[in-house]
Design a protein around this ligand. Structure first.
Ligand code: IDP
Ligand code: MG
Length: 133
């Protein structure tokens, strides 16, 4: 059973899409292993997005991620990492497939509703950032 880290970002929480989004993952056979509500501090968000530090969108991304509460989850299932990224859709809401979360709900490049780990190493790292001791 593979595990992956999902964030339901502040835009989706504000818009009341938490239930809708969790429903899409569950219907695809993914199970909730851990789930927690966060108002994350600078340190946790910087650790989560350390790969993007210095990129042109980094500051905007960080201030968006600080704009309200978010939900962090560990989802588990066969090929959970790839399955979640498929359900999430492409990063850019214009490119995102119609039935994906971003295809359905996102209308901004930065405020795109969800995060999913992009590989085994990042999943382990991100699960530790949000749910480690
Ligand atoms: P991902 O979330 O699909 O894995 P990443 O490339 O890892 O996409 O980027 C992390 C997050 O940074 C995106 O989900 C989005 O919120 C934001 N982001 C990425 N690229 C851009 C951009 O070109 N403009 C604005 N925000 C961006
Ligand atoms: Mg990413």
């Amino acid at each position: 059973m593979e595990k992956t880290l999902v964030l339901i970002k502040p835009d989706a929480v504000k818009r009341g899409l938490v239930g809708e989004i969790i429903n899409l993952y569950e219907r695809k056979g993914l199970q909730i292993d851990q789930l927690k509500w966060f108002e994350p501090d600078e340190k946790r968000l910087a650790a989560h997005y350390k790969a993007h530090e210095g990129k042109p969108f980094y500051e905007g991304l960080m201030s968006f991620m600080h704009s309200g509460p978010l939900v962090a989850m560990v989802l588990k299932g066969e090929n959970a990492i790839s399955v979640v990224r498929k359900i999430n859709g492409a990063t850019d809401y214009i490119e995102a497939e119609c039935g994906s979360i971003r295809g359905l709900y996102a209308y901004s490049k930065t405020e795109n509703c969800v995060h999913g780990s992009d590989g085994l190493d990042s999943a382990a790292c991100e699960i530790d950032v949000w749910f480690g001791e």
